[in-house]
Design a protein around this ligand. Structure first.
Ligand code: NAD
Length: 320
């Protein structure tokens, strides 16, 4: 099956790289978000996924637009791509099989990126020849809003692939950061994991409710880290004496605190999930409501930061 639809809703892209094509492999949560990002930047987007409702899904997302096409045929989808962004299931054999096919069909100069949160380019490329074009391009959900893309070359990745991946993500107004060691979870998710672990421990121990934990986070380090970095905050925390003063003073005491160990017992986890659902709800309508809230608030932060920095806003979501 293949389809394309005529442009009914062109959204005045900030960056008109009309000649670029992104092939989106896997049209789930992440793939569709990449597709929306590329589309808003004036790129052509070809989308492939074995799901039987692919055509309906793409039409409901993009209406009629001749810059968007879909096909169940992976080779056809990647044939003209500048950037192949793979977003299939997080399973190594599936990704290995998808990339073997992408390697055969994609143009010789295309960047072949996986959105994988945990599977490295080295593992995907282990049994593949000519795999110098394969790289991890890991976004934060949703890629259309979150600027970060962690770019991780594997053992076989060519340096020119890294350079081109960085250039392409920059054209999409993302903020690519190249990570040179393939540690599980890369960087952002490793940081998030540590914080989530302590948050779980604090809720399970009855120190704080789910709601209050989030209130504390949003009104302290969340806001701080949206505006300045962690280490930059250390400099400020020490006053004019800077990070040296902080580490010698307050930092020395805080450094003695030991992280809590949350329970992963099924009962404890079930209770936590019940708590989270009681606080934030569940179900499809609730999901839509939370997505709209997240998009609205994230865009507000991005736009406000762009304004104070006197630079163009990172491409805003049309839902704003
Ligand atoms: N969800 C997140 O928060 C998040 C964040 C960053 C990165 N990622 C990564 O993005 C990738 C996709 O995650 P997701 O959350 O969008 O998953 P998802 O389950 O929403 O989507 C996966 C899609 O892949 C499709 N698919 C199945 N087999 C396929 C095949 N052989 N070829 C092409 N498509 C196929 C499925 O039909 C489905 O639509 C994963 O590698 C994940 O690690 C996810």
């Amino acid at each position: 099956m293949r389809g394309s639809v005529t442009d009914r809703n062109r959204r005045c892209p900030m960056n008109t790289q009309q000649s670029r094509t992104m092939a989106v492999v896997g049209a789930g949560v992440i793939g569709l978000s990449w597709a929306r990002l590329a589309h808003r930047h004036g790129w052509r987007v070809t989308i492939t996924d074995p799901r039987p409702d692919l055509g309906e899904l793409i039409e409901s997302e993009f209406g009629t637009d001749d810059r968007v096409s879909w096909t169940a045929d992976l080779a056809e989808a990647v044939r003209d791509a500048d950037l192949v962004q793979e977003n299939g299931p997080e399973r190594l054999p599936v990704k290995q099989q998808i990339f073997a096919e992408i390697l055969r069909a994609a143009p010789a100069d295309a960047v072949l990126a996986t959105s994988s949160s945990s599977i490295t380019a080295s593992l995907i490329a282990a049994d593949l020849d000519n795999a110098g074009r394969i790289v991890v391009g890991h976004p934060f959900n949703p890629p259309e809003l979150m600027p970060l893309v962690e770019v991780l070359p594997g053992k076989k990745t060519d340096e020119s692939t890294v350079t081109r991946a960085v250039a392409l993500y920059t054209e999409l107004d993302r903020v690519p950061v190249v990570i040179r060691k393939e540690l599980p979870g890369f960087v952002a998710n490793r940081l998030q994991k540590v914080l989530s672990s302590e948050a779980t421990y604090l809720v399970q121990s009855g120190v704080v409710s789910v709601e209050d934990l989030d209130t504390i986070l949003q009104n302290s380090i969340g806001l701080r880290w949206a505006t300045i970095g962690l280490f930059e905050g250390n400099v400020l925390g020490g006053g004019p004496g800077g990070a040296r003063h902080l580490f010698a003073g307050v930092g020395a005491e805080v450094g003695k605190i030991e992280a809590g160990k949350p329970s992963s017992e099924p009962e404890a986890m079930a209770e936590l999930i019940e708590n989270i659902e009681a606080t934030y709800g569940s179900g499809e309508q609730n999901y839509e409501r939370l997505v709209a809230k997240r998009d609205r608030r994230t865009n507000a932060v991005l736009e406000a930061l762009a304004k104070v920095d006197d630079r163009p806003a990172v491409y805003p979501s049309p839902s704003v």
